[in-house]
Design a protein around this ligand. Structure first.
Ligand SMILES: NC(=O)c1ccc[n+]([C@@H]2O[C@H](COP(=O)([O-])OP(=O)(O)OC[C@H]3O[C@@H](n4cnc5c(N)ncnc54)[C@H](OP(=O)(O)O)[C@@H]3O)[C@@H](O)[C@H]2O)c1
Length: 338
């Protein structure tokens, strides 16, 4: 149909039906006001407002923080910063030497107690989860950081992904979160106080082709956190799904920080200073998700504001194809050099 005909038809309709014009004007005003309010609230949360005080969860009152994947990267930084905030720290990872080293580092820096528990979440069976439950039993746990996570060795199409890689990613990202939370949550509910941080990824909110299994497990964390958060709100337990873009670490294989890719220290500082605020996730209305690091928050806001997920999915697909190409070339070079 001719555009001028459409315009003429619409203006005749609005002239003859003033109630329709008023309804459209009201709807438009509401939409613009809502957009402005949400945008302002995202900016205030990212740059101005403080989050909940960690003392609410038992800091400096003898409470413990349990961190999985606590000997490196983001998890180690959570352990250090929560110790500085005044929590005793239970470190959980596989390597016993690294666990002892990290515990000693924390005790040398802060006046808190530490304990360690070694477990391989890729292989843990009922006996090992029972032993983990014993390690947390009887402790006043104020904070749980479900941080441990595994991604693919390199971007790969799902049909070419080794079966063991798929199994390990699900065991670590999904089962470990469920089982560890299952062990810690009853005490929090009983004490009517607790904070559970589930460390997610942008790969969970923007589907990531060639990391399909990882992406799916991170999406699980978002939905799980929303459901569990609503269940335990009445018990004064906060469940927060922490959405993050890249952070410098062994897992990301990125060694140099930039505006978009922080080191673990500033990233964790942003998480712990914004507890209870959605920050960049505020525009999308996911009730228990927070995107606290400033540049990640702005990106999350932008992705939701633009609102064309297929655009970001196909961009990610292209990016992962080129990362795979480079990773394969590097592997080839390394094999030749041996
Ligand atoms: N870095 C990023 O760019 C990024 C982006 C988005 C999301 N995330 C998420 O952030 C979380 C932390 O990632 P990160 O980059 O800090 O990882 P990282 O630097 O590779 O650290 C991994 C930690 O987990 C432990 N770990 C690994 N496999 C384990 C297993 N099977 N059982 C028990 N512990 C295990 C490691 O110690 P041991 O080897 O001694 O066990 C280490 O303490 C993950 O959930 C990840 O998905 C990271």
């Amino acid at each position: 149909m001719d555009a001028s005909l459409v315009t003429e038809y619409a203006s005749t309709l609005l002239r003859n039906k003033p109630w329709l014009a008023a309804a459209l004007l009201a709807f438009g005003t509401f939409s613009v006001a809502r957009m402005l309010y949400q945008t302002l609230s995202v900016l205030l949360q990212i740059f101005v407002l403080p989050g909940k005080n960690l003392q609410k969860f038992g800091a400096r009152k003898g409470a413990w923080a349990v961190i999985t994947g606590a000997t490196d990267g983001i998890g180690k930084e959570f352990a250090l910063q929560l110790a500085r905030a005044g929590f005793n720290i239970l470190l959980v990872a596989r390597n016993k030497d690294l666990l002892s080293e990290t515990a000693a580092e924390i005790e040398s820096k802060y006046k808190v107690q530490t304990a360690t528990h070694s477990i391989d979440f890729a292989k843990a069976d009922e006996t090992e989860y029972a032993s983990f439950s014993s390690a947390v039993e009887g402790r006043d746990i104020g904070v749980l950081v479900n941080n441990v996570g595994k991604s693919h060795a390199m971007p790969v199409y799902f049909i070419d992904t080794p079966k063991d890689e798929v199994k390990d990613i699900v065991s670590i990202n999904v089962n470990a979160t469920l089982r560890v939370t299952y062990a810690v949550l009853p005490g929090m509910v009983q004490r009517k106080r607790g904070l559970i941080l589930n460390i997610g990824s942008f790969a969970g909110s923007v589907a990531s082709p060639m990391l399909a299994t990882y992406s799916g497990t991170k999406a699980f964390l978002s939905t799980f956190s929303d459901a569990l958060g609503e269940e335990v709100k009445k018990d004064n337990v906060i469940v927060e799904h922490v959405n993050t873009y890249f952070v410098v670490s062994k897992l990301s294989k990125i060694r140099k920080a930039s505006v978009m890719i922080p080191n673990p220290a500033p990233f964790v500082r942003s998480v712990l200073s914004k507890i209870g605020l959605a920050c960049g996730a505020g525009y999308s209305g996911r009730p228990n998700t927070s995107t606290p690091f400033w540049s990640h928050g702005l990106l999350d806001y932008l992705i939701t504001f633009v609102g064309i997920p297929s655009l970001f999915i196909s961009y990610t697909h292209g990016l992962h194809k080129s990362i795979r190409k480079r990773a394969l070339k590097k592997a080839e070079r390394e094999a030749k050099a041996q």
